[in-house]
Design a protein around this ligand. Sequence first.
Ligand code: NJP
Length: 237
Amino acid sequence: KEQVAIVTGASRGIGKEIAVKLAEQGMKLAVAGSSEEINNTAEELKQKGFSDVIAVQTDVSDEQQVKNLVEKTVEAFGQVDVLVNNAGIGFFKLAEEVTVEEWKKLFEVNVQGVFLGAKAVLPHMKERKSGTIITISSDVGRYTIPNGSAYTASKYAVQGFSGALAQEVREYGIRVGTINPGMVDTYFADSEQGLPEKHDWLKVEDIANAVVYMASAPKHMLIDEIVIHPLVQNYPI
Ligand code: NJP
């Protein structure tokens, strides 16, 4: 039976590729991003022949907008099987240089955004006794790095939230897991995709393939966490 997925942060980077790979699996899609660029993602998917795609411009930190995203998806496709909380931002600087505004914004998008996505979709998934919530967290949700105090704190929070949620909703047949990448070649943290110095980093499709694996695992199987690094990344354990 055809499944329906919501992918946040799908204007570019990892989220856009997740949308492509899930569409290739035959899923109907609602793609979300805070800028108008999200319409281009839907347009490109349609050009690739995937007609069951809607774009819903959504800032994941805003409760009403996230509720609207879920409502529009159910209106269009009748159900939500998979929520991919991918939207996220990041910056790297010394703790004392982080402004309160930067800190708040980071937590509103990276942490509150994940909470709001789950909160909006859970009543629907509970009713159907089925669903998968996948969050793109980070390897730095598992260990710390210098200049990463704010970003790392936000991803630790995501890990804590997702782990507890997984235990809460198991009995309803709902699966909650995280994918924790190391360095991925995207636009993340004011970067550009395709820069020569990022040649050996993970590619967006490496993460998108992990999402497909998690989302399409047999119903009896919960994949709690997938950690992926580029071979060249030297990371603490
Ligand atoms: O970043 P980028 P990635 N509401 O900048 C959207 C994690 N990660 O693909 O809002 C809704 O290319 C934005 O679209 P728009 C990272 O923490 C990455 O690398 O329209 N959407 C765009 O589509 C994040 O959780 C690396 O401008 C919002 C997308 O988010 C996830 O991977 C390493 C939004 C960002 O695309 C995807 O990031 C790691 C909002 N308020 C974890 N704000 C890495 N790249 O190395 C932004 O460990 N977006």
